[in-house]
Structures are given as C-alpha cells and as structure tokens.
Design a protein around this ligand. Structure first.
Ligand code: VAH
Length: 319
C-alpha cells in the first residue's frame, strides 16, 4: 500500500521507512530536512512543513496514501526552550494532518505518542488510563494529539491508532529528547570512550530498542480494527536505572567512563515520567511483545554504532 510519513528525517523515520519497504509498501517520506543519507535515493521525499495546513492538505491530496505515520514533533527538552514553536509543530501540525486526512478521505493515521503524556503522582507501574498531567509542552501537545485523534475517529470515522513510546534507543541522533542520556551512553561511549549523563544515576524510565518500536508501529497498524478496544496503547520493553544502563554499556565497551551530573530542568522532567509502564492492553489486543531486553540491546547496538562511525565518523557527534 502507499504510506506517507511526516517528520521522516527524525529519529524514527529512516528505520521505519526501510522496514515498511521490506514489507513491500510504497513509502513516501516528508520533512523540513532533506532525505537522510541513510535512505536510498529512490525513496520519494517531499519537503513539508506540517504547520502549513495548505501544504499538508495539498500533498496528501496529490499522494492519496492509504496510511499516514505522523512522526513530526519537537521533543521534550528542546520543546522547553521553544514552547511556542513546539505548540505550532506538535499541536497545529497534528491538527493539520488530521484535517488533511478528513478532507481527502485518507483512511488510517498512526500517531506516535509517548511516556511524556504522564506527569507527577504516578503509580509504580503505569496503566493506560490514569489522569494525564504532563509538565512539558511536548507532553501537553501529545495528550491533545491523542484526544484529537480519538475525536476524528468518533466523529469522522478516521482509523486512528497510536502507541505511547518509551525512550527509544538506536544508532541515530534524536534531537532534543530528555531520554537521550541513555542513547548517548552508547554513541559517545563508542565515539569518545566517555559520557557525562545529565541525570542522576538512580533515574529510571521505560526504554525500548528501536527495532521493537518499529515493529510495534507496523503491527499495530496492521491489526484487525475489531480487535482494538482503544486507540492509544502503552508499550513497554525494559526499565533500567541510568547506572544499570552504564553497567551494561561497560560490558560491550570495556573501560568506558560514564559519569553523572544531573541537570535540574531535565531531571525534573525525568522524575515526572513513569518508572515502568503497564502494557497489558497492547499485549492482549494486538499481541505486543518486545524482543530486546537491556543486555540484548547492548549486544546488538554497540557493533552497529561502531560500524556506523567507521563509515561516517561525524554521524553521531554534535548533540
Ligand atoms: C523525549 N524521547 O525524550 C522523547 C520521548 C520518552 C520521551 O518521547 O522527549
């Protein structure tokens, strides 16, 4: 089928596009940024600003995909530096994509939500339905995106589905997330042999290795609608402390030096997020199950980061 991806130049886009193409789909990427060099040149690429309603509707009218993955967003840490722009991209951008789907009869929209929809005062393991009290603009706009999408499903019959992602880890730079300390332990660990994390060593949030996240995005989209009792699902993989991640990294990068210097603003965001997620609804409704735990991710990821840096030494620098 034809699939359209917004924000495809970000942390998730390249891996998602490659996986969808392997499943035989005709995938079109879009972003403000040019096509990432990791993607083959025959991936159709469109320059798109999701805050431009006319441009979003025009492109979807022209392409008429059967499915849209809406990934475009400014993440939590960057979002606190530029909350007004974050509102425009995340909130208005999501509204523009929903409206374009309605106007042009696009049947299915897949939304990437996040653990950042949650806020302080959570139980130890957080189920899907608790009061959503985010403290960041990113979290506020993701809650609104969940609710708007559900409204479009109820009111206009859009097939709206999404996952709440934990912090995602892969050999690609995210750009402005608060969960990035986990990823940087791997990338800077290989690149320079050291990393000073911006959180306390006892910080614990849910994390996931990217291949599991990509599979979730494809499996949820393909699940029979009749099996889904809700639109948005928590999905979980593992929840290590920052020091447990550091210890795991050290098993694959002997001698790596990982230290901790907590940054108050980002620490406050991390402390407001779940320590662990309850994802039983996703397990029951569409068979969600992660394949990578922390040790398996470390064993798979470190050689990939090494290979990438051998080919492109600058690929993971500059955060
Ligand atoms: C962020 N990675 O840090 C994102 C995320 C886990 C939260 O959605 O902002």
């Amino acid at each position: 089928m034809r699939i359209f991806v917004t924000g495809a130049g970000g942390q998730i886009g390249s891996d998602l596009i490659m996986a969808l193409r392997e499943r035989g789909h005709d995938v079109h990427g879009s972003d403000l940024a040019p096509r990432p060099s990791r993607l083959p040149e025959d991936v159709p690429w469109h320059r798109l600003d999701v805050t431009d309603a006319v441009a979003v509707a025009g492109l979807l009218e022209q392409l008429r995909p059967q499915r849209v993955y809406h990934l475009a967003a400014i993440l939590s840490a960057r979002g606190e530096q530029i909350p007004q722009t974050t509102y425009a991209v995340n909130q208005t951008g999501t509204y523009n994509v929903l409206e374009a789907c309605r106007l042009h009869g696009i049947p299915q929209l897949i939304f990437t939500s996040t653990i950042a929809v949650f806020g302080p005062g959570l139980p130890e393991s957080v189920p899907d339905d608790v009061p959503l009290r985010p403290t960041t603009m990113y979290g506020v706009t993701k809650v609104a995106g969940e609710l708007l999408g559900e409204y479009y499903q109820r009111r206009f019959g859009l097939d709206f589905r999404g996952v709440r992602f934990p912090g995602l880890i892969s050999a690609s730079l995210p750009g402005g997330g608060t969960s990035d300390y986990a990823l940087f332990m791997y990338t800077d660990g290989v690149r320079v042999g050291a990393y000073e994390a911006f959180c306390r060593a006892d910080t614990r949030i849910p994390l996931m290795y990217m291949p599991d996240g990509i599979r979730a995005l494809m499996d949820l989209a393909d699940a029979p609608k009749a099996d889904l009792r809700r639109c948005i699902y928590n999905i979980a993989a593992f929840s290590p402390t920052a020091s447990e991640i550091a210890a795991s990294v050290a098993t694959a990068i002997p001698g790596v030096r990982i230290t901790f210097a907590s940054d108050p603003a980002r620490q406050a965001i991390l402390d407001s997020w779940p320590r662990a997620l309850d994802d039983r609804n996703a397990q029951q409704d569409w068979g969600w199950k992660p394949t990578f735990d922390l040790a398996a991710m470390t064993a798979d990821l470190v050689p990939r980061v090494r290979e990438l840096l051998a080919r492109t030494p600058d690929a993971l620098s500059g955060h």
